[in-house]
Ligand binder design. Structure first.
Ligand code: HEC
Ligand code: HEC
Length: 203
């Protein structure tokens, strides 16, 4: 029994240390993503708390390798890329991502005007196979959650996928799945409409 208690206490000690590591690493992120992980528009930094651990780690790897955020026209990505370099190992990426997930997600104030959620719902029929009817994403398909995210960030991402600023690196397999979907969105109005519908899924 004593041996078991000892093993358990070492194990929970290790878990607590991993938690602490994540919290410590996240201090480098707060200036742009906020202490609560909800994002800061002035910094062009999105909310992170809506995202799964797997997606967070994948994106951090992409920034670090330059698969995302290295395009000359990717103003926001170029801000994030050097930050990903502060995470030395995959363990650090996992620890910071677990800490971010532990912060918990909540709805975000809309900023865009003129989006029609009814038209957007019809468009979203082409998105739900990957992002889910509830917008919560699907880790098996590498598709992130879209709920509780800033509308200005989503508009930029849809434009970036469409123009190839994001997702056109030949090694970016998940990005290559999203790119053709962004091309179905004929113009900015259609993007705003689908984003307005996605906002109705926030919780
Ligand atoms: C200098 C400001 C800045 C700092 C500091 C920063 N980020 Fe970012 N981050 C950004 C910006 C801007 C974007 C949006 C990039 C884009 O539009 O593609 C971003 C995007 C991300 C994304 C992608 C989110 C998504 O929905 O795909 C992740 C994950 C992320 N950051 C994690 C972190 C972590 C973890 C840290 C700390 C180690 C950090 N960031 C520090 C500015 C920053
Ligand atoms: C075939 C599957 C698939 C479909 C269908 C799809 N997506 Fe995606 N989407 C993805 C994947 C995979 C990613 C992540 C790409 C990456 O890793 O950079 C993504 C990323 C995104 C992002 C960026 C999220 C973030 O946090 O940075 C937005 C916004 C988005 N999709 C919106 C849409 C919309 C709107 C539609 C419908 C018009 C749609 N997607 C249809 C697979 C899909």
């Amino acid at each position: 029994m004593q041996a078991l208690a000892l093993i358990l206490s070492i194990f929970s000690g290790l878990l607590a240390r991993a938690d602490y590591r994540g919290e410590q690493l996240y201090r480098n992120c707060t200036i742009c993503h906020g202490p609560d992980g909800q994002g800061i528009e002035l910094q062009l930094a999105p909310a992170l708390t809506n995202l799964s651990e797997k997606y967070l780690v994948e994106q951090l790897k992409k920034f670090k390798s330059g698969m995302r955020g290295a395009h000359a026209e990717d103003l926001a990505g170029l801000r994030m890329l050097p930050m990903s370099q502060t995470l030395a190992t995959e363990e650090d990426m996992i620890a910071v991502s677990q800490y971010i997930v532990s912060l918990g997600s909540s709805p975000i104030e809309p900023t865009l005007e003129g989006g029609d959620p009814v038209k957007g719902q019809a468009t979203y029929a082409t998105c739900l196979a990957c992002h889910g009817p509830d917008g919560k994403g699907n880790d098996l398909l590498n598709a992130p959650s879209l709920i509780n995210q800033h509308d200005w960030y989503q508009l930029t991402q849809l434009k970036n996928f469409k123009s190839g600023v994001r997702g056109s690196n030949p090694q970016d397999i998940a990005g290559a799945q999203m790119r053709p979907m962004s091309m179905l969105l004929a113009d900015e109005q259609m993007m705003k409409d689908v984003i307005a519908y996605i906002q109705t899924l926030d919780q």
